[in-house]
Write a protein that binds this ligand. Structure first.
Ligand code: PLP
Length: 396
């Protein structure tokens, strides 16, 4: 008998369960006429700053806005080079390019899929020289100053921040965390001997509230968190046409604000986020137990210093495309994050290095598979998915 189908992501059930509370947000906006700015935005910003152990939160229009505004506020300008990884969503590099800078890549750690701090160090020490005046790295090839690094906490697991921050400090680089997949992820900092929350360690952390993220709006939304008052003030201006006061523009900015309705919706959902993240961790454990012993299946690695929030549950297998097709035939939804590393995308064909430049990212892209992962899963569903994977591997 065929099993019921298991979607990769279910965005309907969770919203049905919260329908009354979410509808009340919309009604309150209708009754007050406060659609842009106002108390619902301020309340969410306060709550999300607290959730991220950060002093300030600035709501913006999307995660892409959050990255772009954070870079601009941190002083990244046209002609700079900004380091990130090739296995991320293109928004990371779009944000870099859109503030006039050039993205440049370093490879990832094969076990965590996140920025390899040794590759970061190697890039700065071998591909850059030091500017005599500023002491900052200058790229040998392009002569551009390298001014920032964006570690991406991919799949909800944090990048190894202690060494990244240490290298950045040595070379005077700004660190902006792309925490768009990592709401609430934790990192144990040996340096501070304390657990730190995603977004609270760099000069700023960028979050997306795209509907499918761990904390999702019912539309587009994002936020920057920071401990730095100056950065917060600057982003508040950039998101609102460069104005501190209505029609007094100190600079040109953007229309990049967080809607009041989305902010109200996010406040409702934020109360549930710790529980939802805990459920994701439980499902990750259940997958691990069921999949660990299957030959040719590699389950996610969680270092001792990481407490991930499993935005995605990503396995590796040599027969990826066939396994994906087999699961699909059996009613199980999966996805690829991401099928093509950024340096091999058409968008960067003219400027990025070609195949072979980032072997770890390239090898991962061919083998990764994201299994169903969302808080409303259950043990039965995980059992079904895992048994299907086991059956497929036996057939090979
Ligand atoms: C979702 C995401 C973004 C962009 O967020 P949007 O809200 O869609 O603009 C940026 N980086 C990563 C890693 C993401 O997953």
């Amino acid at each position: 008998m065929p099993h019921p189908s298991i979607p990769f992501l279910d965005l309907v059930t969770q919203h049905q369960q919260l329908e009354e509370e979410l509808t009340a947000v919309f009604q309150s906006a209708l009754r007050t006429g406060r659609f842009i700015g106002g108390p619902m935005v301020e309340e969410f910003e306060e709550n999300f700053a607290r959730f991220c152990d950060s002093a300030y939160c600035i709501g913006v229009g999307s995660g892409t806005d959050a990255l772009r505004f954070a870079l601009m506020a941190a002083g990244i300008r046209a002609g700079d080079m900004v380091i990130t990884v090739p296995n991320t969503f293109i928004a990371t590099t779009e944000a870099i390019s859109q503030c006039g800078a050039t993205p440049v890549f370093v490879d990832i750690d094969p076990r965590t899929y996140n920025m390899d701090p040794e590759q970061l160090r190697r890039f700065i020490e071998t591909e850059c020289t030091r500017d005599d005046a500023t002491g900052k790295p200058i790229h040998r090839g392009t002569r551009q100053p390298v001014t920032a690094v964006i570690p991406v906490h991919l799949y909800g697991q944090m990048a190894d921040m202690d060494p990244i921050l240490e290298i950045a400090e040595t070379y005077g680089l700004v660190v902006i965390e792309d925490a768009c997949q990592a709401h609430g992820a934790q990192y144990f900092s040996k340096k501070h001997h304390a657990w730190k929350t995603a977004g609270s360690m760099g000069i700023a952390g960028a979050f997306s509230f795209y509907p499918g993220k761990n904390l999702g709006a019912c539309g587009e939304a994002g936020a920057v968190v920071t401990q730095d008052e100056q950065i917060a003030r600057s982003i508040r201006m950039i998101r609102d046409h460069g104005q501190r006061q209505k029609y007094h523009h100190d600079m040109e900015g953007y229309n990049g604000r967080l809607d009041a309705i989305q902010a109200g919706i996010l406040s409702v959902k934020l109360k549930h986020l710790p529980k939802w993240n805990e459920q994701r961790r439980q499902w990750a454990m259940a997958y691990r137990e069921a999949l660990s012993d299957i030959p040719n299946i590699l389950v996610p690695f969680e270092p001792a210093w990481s407490k991930g929030v499993y935005h995605l549950y990503v396995i590796q297998t040599p027969d990826r495309d066939k396994l994906q097709a087999y699961l699909s035939e059996n009613g199980i939804g999966t996805a690829l994050h991401y099928p093509i590393p950024l340096h091999l995308q058409k968008a960067y064909a003219a400027n990025a290095p070609s195949r072979g430049a980032f072997p770890v990212s390239e090898a991962a892209a061919e083998r990764i598979l994201s299994l169903p992962m969302f808080p409303g899963l259950d043990r039965d569903a995980i059992g079904i998915v895992s048994r299907r994977i086991a059956t497929f591997c036996k057939m090979r």
